[in-house]
Design a binder for this molecule. Structure first.
Ligand code: ZN
Length: 554
């Protein structure tokens, strides 16, 4: 164990003999080879019972028995023999204080024993939670990766907090007050650390990456699965390292003191934030937003299965997530793992457009509204409504002419006729677009933080309904600082919100909202060049030909 980088070893087989005072109970990596020599008949019977107990724990050594054990101080010795195959290390715990419980997790006919060893200081929480947390983690982790291959998984009470992992055995911290009460957070931190340290069996004990170079490959992947397992443990579980939004405070910090996730753990100033939290949040962003749960879970499982009992490097993880899902994630690895840019995408503006169909009444109203729009708001005009009691024209009727009396919105028969002719020039498709009544919203985005992300947009309509659109991050592929996109709806939009579900770790959500202007702008439908219509050269040639023919006839 060498600081933040912990340790990395290849796989080996162990046969270990431990000679200890005969009142000690020993828990260790591997299968106990001589239970008849070191356990009482009753302990062996209880252990046998635990093999079939999938719902509840079975005490192998009770609290009363442990208290009794502690008093004896035996002079005799016993030798415990453990055999472990395909493990990257061996660890054990030995004490006369140990209470010991166990329960079974079944994989078909195969039984894995979840176990805990703890002193009476750990109760009541350890007896209630430790082994059940291990069993829970075995099931959840196996579902997301591969079936837990070892015969047992042990949680040992070793400290007041924190934990350290070894194959099949992890040392965990967390004890209640001497009076047996405990704060709520102790419950979650204990269950959390037990899940986490057990989880290291998968990363890096089996998917054996080099922690000393890439702490994120085990801490990050494990913290991510820990988060998933915690959510399945209780809906009340403190959501610490996992949610995208939990990274905001760290990621908007001073870049001078920030390293990329890829930094080696003993150099990195923020191992906790990078290797654990940012990696876990990044995987959640991939799962919830970029890849989707189904594809992500499949690719993640392929990675775990492809690299179990092997030594993957970061490229193996990146490549597997891409080739198993068929999604190009290079931009994400570069931004999230190799860089320190944060996410801050802003909605810079929204322009609302409707089509000016050219229908005379509508066209005139639009024209008039446009003319008056600025004047109506102008301060001088507002004041003059009151201040000018009577204009010259109002005073002197002889100044009034045709234009003062004529309703500017009145449509002439010629205008009706022109509109009819215009409609005849349009294709059926164009007519459909013209009359569909769509509202077009041109939304402008800028990438302030540097890290690109998909655009998740919630449109709130004036009728109170909502719609969410998801645009993949590839929208940034040509211009990664500023982009625009047009959205069309039959309903009128009131408000647009970017990242409404807080899934992209956007550090500033104040610039994510936009209230749409009160009145739309109008545009005329572009006249498309229609196929089959003759071009100008053809028309001129045709005219020339006709002229020639005319001459010949003469
Ligand atoms: Zn860890």
């Amino acid at each position: 164990f060498l600081g933040s980088g912990e340790f990395a070893l290849p796989f080996g087989n162990y046969m270990v003999k431990i000679t200890a005072p005969s009142d000690h109970i020993i828990g260790a990596t591997g299968t106990l080879m001589n239970p008849e020599k070191v356990l009482t008949a009753e302990q062996r019977a209880r252990l046998q019972k635990a093999q079939d107990s999938t719902e509840n724990t079975v005490l192998i050594v009770t609290e009363e028995e442990a208290i009794q054990n502690e008093k004896e101080r035996s002079e005799e010795k016993k030798t415990w023999i453990f055999k472990a195959e395909n493990v990257r290390d061996f660890a054990f715990a030995s004490s006369r204080k140990f209470i010991w419980d166990a329960m079974a997790v079944k994989f078909g006919n195969r039984t894995v024993l979840a176990m805990s060893y703890f002193s009476k200081d750990g109760n009541p929480v350890w007896e209630k939670y430790s082994t059940k947390a291990v069993a829970h983690a075995i099931k959840v982790y196996s579902r997301f990766t591969f079936e837990y291959p070892y015969p047992k998984a042990i949680s040992v009470l070793a400290s007041r907090g924190g934990g350290m992992e070894y194959p099949m055995i992890a040392f965990n911290g967390g004890i209640p007050e001497p009076d047996g009460t405990y704060p709520e957070r102790l419950k979650y931190s204990l269950v959390g650390v037990i899940i986490h340290e057990f989880g290291h069996n998968f990363f890096p004990m089996i998917v054996n990456s080099d922690e000393r170079q890439w702490a994120w490959m085990d801490e990050g992947l494990n913290t991510f699965l820990e988060y998933l397992a915690e959510q399945e443990w209780s809906r009340e579980f403190a959501r610490r390292n996992g949610p995208a939004y939990s990274m905001v405070e760290y990621m908007k910090g001073n870049k001078k003191y920030m390293s990329p996730i890829m930094t080696a753990p003993d150099i990195d100033l923020n191992v906790g934030s990078n290797a654990y939290a940012k990696t876990s949040a990044g995987l959640n962003i991939l799962r919830e937003t970029i890849m989707g749960r189904e594809l992500f879970d499949y690719a993640f499982k392929v990675y775990a299965q492809r690299w179990k009992f092997k030594h993957p490097t970061p490229a193996d993880f990146f490549r597997t997530m891409e080739d198993a899902s068929g999604i190009d994630l290079d931009w994400f690895w570069r931004g999230w793992f190799f860089g320190t840019d944060h996410v801050d995408i802003a909605v810079d503006g929204v322009k609302w457009y409707k089509i000016n169909t050219g229908e005379p009444k509508m066209a005139k109203a639009i024209e008039q509204e446009r003319e008056n729009r600025l004047a109506d708001r102008y301060i001088s005009n507002i004041r003059n409504k009151e201040d000018i009691k009577e204009t010259a024209v109002e005073k002197d009727e002889s100044l009034i002419d045709f234009y003062d009396k004529y309703d500017p919105l009145k449509v002439t028969p010629q205008e009706e006729e022109e509109y009819k002719k215009y409609l005849e020039t349009l294709t059926e498709e164009e007519k459909e677009i013209l009359n569909a009544g769509y509202n077009y919203y041109e939304v402008s985005f800028s990438n302030i933080g540097g890290m690109v992300m998909p655009l998740i947009l919630r449109f709130e309509f004036k009728d109170g309904s909502e719609e969410v659109e998801r645009i993949p991050a590839e929208i940034w592929r040509r211009f990664n600082d500023r982009i625009q996109k047009v959205f069309a709806f039959k309903k009128e939009v009131k408000k647009i919100t970017l990242d409404p579900f807080l899934e992209t770790a956007d550090v500033d959500t104040v610039n994510n909202e936009w209230t749409v202007q009160e009145k739309p702008e109008y545009f005329k439908l572009r006249k498309f060049e229609r196929r089959g219509e003759k071009n100008l050269m053809q028309k001129v040639k045709e005219a020339e030909k006709k002229e020639e023919e005319g001459k010949e006839k003469k």
